[in-house]
Design a protein around this ligand. Structure first.
Ligand SMILES: Cc1cc2nc3c(=O)[nH]c(=O)nc-3n(C[C@H](O)[C@H](O)[C@H](O)COP(=O)(O)O)c2cc1C
Length: 486
């Protein structure tokens, strides 16, 4: 399973009965959101709107909207399979990081393999079949959605924003929404802690007149997803996409900026951000389930648009969970688990439920061996890349099924003594955290230690045994079950 572009993925989903073409006229103004929200709630298909009133280009939404489709998008039957591939890439056995010299050598060999997924530069590309400059640049030719009633306007919600570190030249690809201000200007909602914002700050420090930016809309479904993956700044999202697809992706030089862009994208927007220039962006109905309010963000000036002869406009709706971005986030959770385990080998599993909006809640299970280990894990998570923004961390033991909300609620509320098991600390918070952030991007975090207490920790002496039936009796009852006539 490996898709060259969105068109191949659309054909694949259609053949699987997982895509519906909608020919009934629909408007970009709220109607598509309502249709999509209802479809996602019923685990319904991807939707290709072929008749958005007033627009010639079809609009694709909900392509990632189930765990199965998300897996397919990343070339796997399910997301755990992909997690295992990543685990083997970093040469890590279930029991922990590679211990032996041989295992380390193997892991090294696998990392060299990753380099073989380096993107391939090509000289001509479908995404440049049509080139529009000057007066021909017009975002209102694209069926961009207004998603929610109080939104400030129309927002591009699934872009791949490509920038280069002004100091090192290292590329970053991030998915940051873009509010359409006029035919060739948008907001650039890269939040404070994101790599794009870092590039803009560096460009400002260097007093550069411009930070070049290219935005890809579309591409193969694995590449589109990598824009939302919180990779460390030194890891190239396009190389990661190549690894996920088991085939390098093709890039082409943009027409007017010195940036390479995915050759098989649908549209490319080329232009620049002027360091220091901001405009009010929002409100926008966000994935918190509330509107994120007006805030100043960078401004993207578009000088050129290139596109395929017959492009499709891909988008998503975010809003009250569960929406399509939940499945994109679950893919991140599953693929990043092995990477987190590389640094924190005691972690067995993680769960970032959709209702926790990712940065609000992380549930972790650990194999606990020493007193205070739950707190050690909390501190480590708060120091790990974008996980620094996690507002609530709940730590449980390795034998707990943390994917089971019922078990989690039972164990957490039963196991904690709030006075001793809650850890409050301060640190950076997500720009979208209206409850704590406001004008200051610093807030309080809470860690909940719901593990069983062990010697060396308070209350370990009188920790009661958990109720378990004897195996012999279980076996006996299973054997006699039919006889009971229940
Ligand atoms: C549909 C969708 C929309 C997103 N919109 C934004 C956004 O507007 N601003 C932002 O900073 N992050 C947004 N994100 C999250 C980022 O894409 C994510 O944090 C990613 O890791 C950023 O890339 P970076 O780590 O290279 O900065 C969005 C994610 C998804 C799936």
């Amino acid at each position: 399973m490996n898709f060259k572009d969105l068109h191949e993925f659309i054909d694949f989903l259609e053949a699987k009965g997982e895509l519906v073409r909608i020919k009934t006229p629909v408007t970009w103004d709220l109607e598509i959101t309502e249709i999509t929200t209802r479809t996602i709630a019923n685990q319904g298909p991807a939707l290709l709107f072929e008749n958005v009133e007033g627009y010639q280009y079809p609009l694709l939404i909900n392509m990632y909207g189930t765990l199965k489709r998300m897996g397919w998008a990343l070339g796997s039957e399910n997301l755990d399979e992909l997690g295992h591939r990543i685990q083997s890439l970093i040469g890590m056995a279930q029991s922990g990081p590679p211990e032996t010299i041989l295992a380390k050598m193997r892991a090294l060999g696998d990392l060299v393999k990753l380099a073989s997924y380096k993107p391939k530069l090509v000289s001509s590309a479908p995404c440049q079949e049509v080139v529009l400059n000057g007066e021909d640049v017009n975002l209102f030719d694209l069926p961009i959605l207004k998603c929610w009633p109080l939104d400030a306007g129309r927002f591009i919600t699934l872009p791949l924003v490509i920038t280069q570190d002004p100091e090192t030249g290292i590329r970053n690809v991030g998915t940051y929404r873009m509010q359409v201000f006029d035919r060739n200007t948008t907001g650039m909602h890269w939040q404070t802690h994101k790599v794009g914002a870092h590039h803009a700050r560096l460009a400002r420090e260097q007093a550069s007149p411009k930070l070049e930016v290219a935005v890809a809309l579309g591409g193969d479904p694995a590449t589109i997803w990598t824009g939302s993956a919180p990779l460390p700044p030194s890891v190239d999202e396009f190389m990661m996409a190549g690894f996920i697809r088991s085939q390098p992706i093709e890039l082409v030089k943009a027409k007017t900026v010195n940036i390479e862009v995915p050759a098989h994208a649908e549209f490319i927007l080329e232009g620049y951000v002027t360091p220091g220039e901001t405009m009010e962006e929002g409100p926008f109905g966000d994935h918190t389930g509330y509107y994120s309010l007006k805030e100043p963000y960078s401004v993207f000036h578009i000088t050129t648009i290139t596109h395929r002869k017959s492009p499709v406009y891909p988008t998503v709706v975010v809003g009250k969970p569960i929406q399509e971005d939940y499945f994109m986030g679950k893919a991140t959770e599953r693929t990043f688990l092995p990477l987190i385990q590389l640094l924190l080998p005691e972690i067995r599993d993680i769960n970032m439920p959709g209702e926790g909006i990712f940065h609000n809640l992380m549930i972790v299970s650990i194999r606990k061996e020493f007193p205070g280990q739950a707190q050690k894990v909390m501190h480590a998570i708060w120091g790990l890349g974008l996980l620094m923004l996690t507002k609530t961390i709940i730590v449980l033991d390795d034998f707990v099924d943390i994917q089971n909300a019922s078990e989690v609620v039972w164990r957490v509320t039963a196991n904690i003594n709030p006075e001793t098991d809650l850890l409050m600390t301060k640190g950076p918070v997500d720009d979208l955290d209206y409850a704590t952030a406001g004008e200051f991007r610093v807030g309080t975090k809470i860690g909940i230690d719901a593990t069983h207490k062990i010697p060396g920790e308070p209350r370990s002496n009188d920790w009661p045994p958990e109720i378990e039936m004897e195996n012999e009796i279980k076996k006996l009852v299973t054997e006699k079950w039919e006889d009971y006539g229940i």
